[in-house]
Design a protein around this ligand. Structure first.
Ligand code: EPU
Length: 428
């Protein structure tokens, strides 16, 4: 087990290349279950969530061969092996095995998923979709059992706009008989990416990226090749880091349109941003001004960037109100930022940040993935050294974070924790 050290105050300069999108990768890998022959995916990020899903694909009989960032998955020998425990508990996205296995085998047993603790994260809309397609769904001792004699296309209105439910229903519906319409669907770029893979396999999907998705079921899906989209949340995290501590930082391999809400807010704060086709150039601003943020479904401001942005707002002049309408309890990073001298109050689903303050390095813990990103942003701007535990969360979603930041000139390093520190950490 390791901890991370950040020596604050060093300016960031140079170029950072964004990896493939985590939240696409975690759906693309289970989607390969639906094909009858080899699927090749290019540009997968080297993160622990991807490793876990690849291991799960092997557990159900798939062959996974990696060649750098390209992975070859042969799903032809996969079976409907129950996955009630073990690795499925490690991450939330294991719920995509439900839709994909139901689509291919008409049955699945999947343990209730784990993932970041951001308050309640129900999957009722996923289940509503599977049931509408004709599946019988039961929860037995912490595992979801899904069975269907036949899956039949249906009209499904989502009561809550959900990324996971939209993708999961798409996975189950592509091989159902007849037509499925998902109404009030989520519109995130990752949904388009999954639809693109499924279409290359032979699925008939229209409207991905809008709030009505129409799917015409097909009998067979075949192998294909797919290149993943860049990670907009990783790109946004480095953009925030550059705004916080950059001199001149070029973010490469980014689709600027995916980050419009963040870029608009950063410009309001006074950050200079030049947009290229696949690049963003961030240059310093003498003074940052506070802005209010409300997280919303795409294309609104992403909840996943709320936490890193909170750290940047401690540097801005004025009072900022950050409201999370997606996960009202996604504020575990705030206590840690307070340890670093931040002036922040939490009221209901809002954090109220007063700035500017000079953050001070401290010992802090990353309680979830984006809380980890927030603490690194804080560490980069703080006086002194910040020591961060909970790296297993950060490693789930950021590829080579220490190396990428070192290349930009940050003073950041990892150290093994002593046995005594590990014991203290586990008991805390
Ligand atoms: N919701 C329901 N019922 C459902 C599903 C969702 O009430 O059946 C609610 C959730 O509780 C939440 C809202 O709907 O309040 C949106 O949840 P959504 O289903 O869209 O979230 P998710 O699919 O579980 C994905 C990302 C999250 C990201 C959210 C929101 C993956 C694997 N995860 O989660 O990413 O925060 O969408 O954009 O794609 C992260 O990367 O750090 C992360 C947590």
């Amino acid at each position: 087990m390791q901890k991370l050290f950040v020596q604050g105050g060093t300016p960031l300069n140079g170029k950072v290349r964004v990896s493939g999108a985590k939240n696409s990768a975690v759906a693309l890998l289970p989607a390969t279950i639906l094909a009858d022959s080899k699927v090749i995916i290019e540009g997968l990020p080297d993160i622990s969530d991807v490793e876990t899903l690849e291991a799960l694909l092997e557990e159900i009989g798939g062959t996974v061969e990696k060649n750098g960032q390209t992975v070859h998955i042969d799903p032809s020998r996969m079976t409907a092996m129950p996955l009630p425990n073990g690795k499925v508990k490690k991450l939330r996205a294991s719920y995509y095995f439900m839709g994909a296995m139901l689509g291919r085998f008409k049955k699945a047993v999947i343990g209730l998923p784990g993932g970041c603790h951001l308050g309640p994260r129900p999957i009722d809309q996923h289940i509503k979709g599977f049931e509408a397609l004709g599946a019988k769904v039961t929860n037995e001792q912490g595992a979801i059992y899904l069975r269907a004699d036949e899956l039949k296309g249906a009209r499904i209105y989502l009561d809550v706009v959900s990324v996971g439910a939209t993708i999961n229903i798409m996975l189950a519906a592509v091989k159902a008989t007849g037509k499925t319409v998902i109404e009030n669907a989520a519109r995130e770029p990752e949904i388009i990416d999954v639809a693109t893979l499924l279409t290359s396999m032979g699925a008939k999907i229209k409207g991905a990226g809008t709030d009505v998705i129409r799917i015409e079921g097909v009998d067979q899906l075949t192998g294909c090749m797919h290149t993943i989209i860049p990670d907009r949340i990783e790109a946004g995290t480095y953009t925030i880091m550059a705004a916080a501590q950059g001199e001149k930082v070029l973010i490469d391999n980014v689709i600027p349109q995916h980050l419009e809400s963040l870029l608009a807010k950063l410009r309001e704060m006074g950050v200079n941003i030049e947009e290229g086709e696949e690049q963003l150039l961030i240059t310093p601003s003498k003074k940052l001004t506070s802005v209010d943020i409300k997280t919303l479904v795409y294309p609104g401001f992403p909840t996943d960037l709320q936490q890193p942005l909170t750290s940047l707002l401690t540097k801005a002049e004025g009072t900022a109100v950050v409201t999370d309408t997606i996960y009202s309890a996604r504020f575990k990073h705030i206590d840690e930022l307070r340890r670093m001298n931040a002036q922040i109050k939490v009221e209901g689903s809002s954090a109220i940040i007063s700035g500017p303050v000079k953050l001070q390095g401290a010992k802090v813990n990353a309680s979830d993935l984006r809380a980890g990103a927030a603490l690194i942003v804080a560490g980069l701007i703080a006086d002194g050294v910040t020591e961060i535990t909970g790296l297993e969360h950060i490693d789930r979603g950021y590829e080579q974070l220490t190396e990428k930041l070192t290349n930009l000139g940050a003073v950041i390093w990892r150290e093994e924790m002593t046995e005594q520190e590990i014991e203290q950490f586990q008991n805390s």
